[in-house]
Design a protein around this ligand. Sequence first.
Ligand SMILES: *Cc1c(COP(=O)(O)O)cnc(C)c1O
Length: 231
Amino acid sequence: MTTIADSLQAIQANIHAALLHANRQHKVQLLAVSKSQPAEKLREAYQNGQALFGENYVQEATNKQQQLRDLDIEWHFIGPIQSNKTQLIAKHFDWVHSVDRLKIAQRLSDARPSTLAPLNICIQINSSFEATKSGADLAEAAQLAAAINQLPHLKLRGVMSIPAPANDYETQRAQFKIVSDTFSSLQKQGFILDTLSIGMSDDYVAAIHEGATIVRIGSALFGARSAASTQ
Ligand SMILES: *Cc1c(COP(=O)(O)O)cnc(C)c1O
């Protein structure tokens, strides 16, 4: 049976190989996406050196945080954000990757306790070719970035995206290139950004070739989620 320790080691080796192959020098952090996984599995990953965990559902996350409060975990919120959840997110997370509108950014800043460091923020970018997908386009992202920089309890770090699933490597690269181009355009406009949050279990190698600095990996690390538990 493959253990979490084995999977962690294999993923880190793949990340390292992709960086070498892409001839890139930057660091890539592994965010362990632990939605639907019980707290014991997070603890096991932590005991094997994994300190960054990503969660999609606030209630599920705060339950696990309670069970794991003896560990020094960096918690990332990566799911869709309803405005009635911003209070809890602002109090219980270190990062939020999925900010795509100003109202949510304002509410997160208002609710962030001033005893805590500013909440690290990524703007969610639309990277598919369909106009209907959620996430900001370049013009919206620039406006949102400027607004976030004015909010006292937020720290703008970069952009995040969830492209439409694609089986072939070239399509994966093309979709991630849209995101990395948006990231570079924002930097050229003067925004100070250090985080490009792209890549999941099936496409993180392509994402690293396009400059990912955080890859968000769930099933390749913890095994498949059962359909019932992803609700
Ligand atoms: C679930 C999820 C992931 C991880 O997906 P896997 O395919 O299991 O690696 C990454 N990012 C977001 C936003 C997710 O919701």
